[in-house]
Design a binder for this molecule. Structure first.
Ligand SMILES: [Zn+2]
Length: 424
């Protein structure tokens, strides 16, 4: 690619703007869009769209895909965490790479990911070329998570988060955060301690809150406050906080989140698979909260396809509210692109000249795209990750004409199959 100008033609789809049927985008050497012009038309039919943000995942769990099917969240978590304790650091590395390959193939250009992270694992994500907000796992004072992979007790977890914060400070692709697990594992003291440290060093926070009815009931019984109230009281909710789920947030909870400026990541596929419920996304947006989309981990979804989550999100709001106008394709695209980038702390792009060159090209040259009268309608209702042909992050092509350029898929599949066989 050295010296060659990257150029894409197709129908341009962006949140909050009308579709541009014939656009030509040129990518500059500085990782930004050089030009956006009217194209002559008549080339291969594509949809061009800003890169997708996956606001919540656990990429290192790919070797555990499909585990514990049929169990509700808290029981599922026990099964998954016992398998996680057997993973070595190399297992986590190959799992991470498998997830990254799948994410890039589906058009993901930025991801917030809470798991065991260390410098080597963050470097692997950077090599793959994706933007990453690593949420360095912070559990509670009890037990050592990911023991076989080099996990540490609580103090070591916090120290690791801050080491990564230092090592990748100012890196264009990396936004280090504390990956505080949840109120039922970490507890209010850890929430308060991380909140204080984050206020001092400016790092962000990712945290699961009010995901399942059982989690909220347990919290109310233990402390007389919801998980979100605990997070607000301990100072954990700030504009740099990304809350996963909030499926069972009360109206008061939503008011607390709105006042704090924290973002919510909606993970419809995972919430449905684990029987956690349906998040009130429309209500969250009406409350003025920034809502993004996520897949959650490959063990609870089990696919990492942003377009699938977009569709589920639209369908769930319309179906549960019995209103066809509850959430529009444009609303969903805003969640998937702009809101996700802002939540993760990356500069959003509208693919205008000077904007970050984070771009996805989707083939619309197929039977399921006929008749092609609405490029955004095709993206919102029909296309899947399998239709994605090209992915560019910060001007660097990661997927070109369906070929993954930054990861060795054959090797990754071989290694993950070996790990899965061993765990069985
Ligand atoms: Zn999660």
């Amino acid at each position: 690619m050295q010296g060659m100008t990257l150029r894409f033609e197709g129908a341009l789809v962006r949140a909050g703007r009308p579709d541009l049927p014939d656009a030509r985008i040129e990518v500059g050497d500085d990782g930004r869009v050089r030009s956006l012009e009217q194209a002559s038309g008549g080339t291969a039919r594509k949809v061009l769209v800003p890169g997708f943000a996956n606001g919540h995942s656990h990429a290192g769990m790919a070797a555990l895909r499909g585990l514990g099917d049929g169990l509700p969240l808290l029981e599922w978590l026990r099964v998954v965490m016992s398998a996680e304790s057997l993973l070595t650091e190399d297992d986590v590395l190959w799992s991470l790479r498998l997830s990254l390959a799948e994410m890039i193939r589906g058009g993901t250009t930025a991801v917030a990911d809470a798991f065991l992270w260390n410098e080597r694992l963050v470097e692997a994500a950077v090599e793959a070329g994706i933007r990453i907000a690593p949420g360095v796992a912070v559990f509670g004072p009890e037990g050592v998570p990911y023991e076989a992979a080099g996990g540490q007790p609580l103090d070591g977890q916090i120290a690791m988060a801050e080491r990564i914060g230092e090592a990748f400070r100012g890196h264009p692709l990396v936004r280090p955060t504390y990956g505080v697990h949840a109120v039922y594992t970490s507890g209010p003291e850890v929430f308060a301690r991380v909140a204080e440290r984050a206020a001092g060093n400016g790092m962000g926070v990712q945290v699961h809150l009010s995901e399942s009815p059982a989690e909220v009931a347990e919290a109310l019984a233990a402390r007389g406050e919801t998980p979100i109230e605990t997070a607000a009281r301990t100072g954990l909710l700030t504009p740099s906080t990304v809350i996963a789920h909030a499926v069972h947030a009360t109206d008061d909870d939503l008011a607390l989140i709105a006042a704090s400026g924290a973002s919510i990541v909606h993970n419809p596929g995972s919430n449905l698979k684990l029987g956690s419920g349906i998040a009130r996304v429309t209500r969250m947006r009406e409350a003025g909260i920034r809502v993004a989309l996520g897949t959650d981990g490959p063990a609870s979804n089990d696919a990492l396809d942003p377009l699938r989550e977009l569709r589920l999100a639209l369908q769930l709001q319309r179906g549960s509210l019995e209103r066809a106008d509850a959430l529009s394709v444009d609303d969903g695209l805003e969640m998937l692109t702009v809101n996700g980038y802002e939540a993760l702390g990356f500069e959003p792009t509208a693919l205008e000249p000077g904007d970050p060159a984070d771009l996805v090209a989707v083939s619309a040259d197929s039977v399921h795209a006929e008749p092609f009268h609405s490029p955004s309608g095709f993206l919102g209702w029909v296309a899947t990750g399998a239709d994605v042909t090209d992915v560019v992050v910060a001007g660097r092509p990661l997927l070109r004409d369906g070929e993954l350029l930054t990861l060795d898929e054959e090797r990754i599949r071989y290694e993950v199959a070996r790990i899965a066989a061993r765990l069985r």
